[in-house]
Design a protein around this ligand. Structure first.
Ligand code: HPA
Length: 234
């Protein structure tokens, strides 16, 4: 048991999927895992452990934004020994070729700032995905109908953005989408020698304003969870 996770030692699997939304953790566990049990409900940040094809998996909500994810990822890594951490979440599309419902595998994550920025001082650390996970996810994604993009994303601290010029620079430099957690997950995994990846579903588009209606989310989010699980165990 840690400050923010009520699970007993051994209740958390070495492989952890991390959606931002705790209710998506519940949905993913109920939909894709067998023999699930609730292992955390501190602050309503639900976490479940179960089996996928016989492999133990935990699906733990991270909350929104890098400070929240940092709390859960730190405790999962340092106190529960999580080895493979895969963010499953939504993002805003930034390129014309990236459409709502598409999947993005985040090779790198650019930031203005992250909870880890302080320790790097003048250094611009480049948070990147674990190659073995990225490669396996690309393979898993190629078997599915959703269109998949692999490249850089932007981990922002703000959803309600007041700096359109920053988004313009990201778009200009080929960044595929924007979300709010991956860069810190990649940085923590690097620091502790663990594997991390973000598999994202494009839920809205910054340029077109198109957004995935709530009732159509499940199918695309399902592909994302399956890609993450297959990548973790291939
Ligand atoms: N901005 C930041 N995070 C997001 C977005 C967005 O447009 N869409 C989904 N997550």
């Amino acid at each position: 048991m840690t400050i923010h996770i009520g699970a007993a030692p051994g209740d958390i699997a070495e492989t952890v999927l991390m959606p931002g939304d705790p209710y998506r953790a519940k949905w993913a566990a109920e939909t894709f895992l067998q023999d699930i049990r609730l292992v955390n409900e501190v602050r309503g940040m639900l976490g479940y452990t179960g089996l996928w094809n016989g492999h133990p998996v935990t699906i733990q909500g991270s909350g929104m934004g890098m400070p929240s994810l940092s709390i859960y990822a730190n405790e999962l890594i340092r106190d529960y020994g999580a080895q493979t951490l895969i963010r499953i979440g939504s993002c805003g599309g930034m390129q014309d070729k990236v459409k709502v419902r598409d999947i993005i595998l985040a090779m790198t994550a650019s930031t203005v700032n992250s909870p880890s920025s302080g320790i790097f001082r003048e250094l611009n650390f480049a948070p990147c995905a674990d190659w073995s996970l990225l490669q396996a996810a690309a393979q898993a994604a190629s078997k599915r109908s959703s269109a998949v993009h692999i490249g850089g994303i932007y981990s922002s601290d703000v959803f309600y953005d007041e700096r359109p010029d920053l988004n313009e620079q990201m778009v200009r430099h080929g960044i595929l989408g924007v979300e709010m957690e991956a860069a810190e997950l990649y940085t923590l995994a690097a620091r502790h020698g663990r594997r991390a990846l973000a598999v994202l579903t494009v839920s809205d588009h910054l340029a077109t304003g198109e957004a995935l209606p709530a009732d159509q989310r499940e199918r695309s989010f399902g592909d994302m969870v399956e890609i993450a699980l297959e990548a973790a165990f291939s």
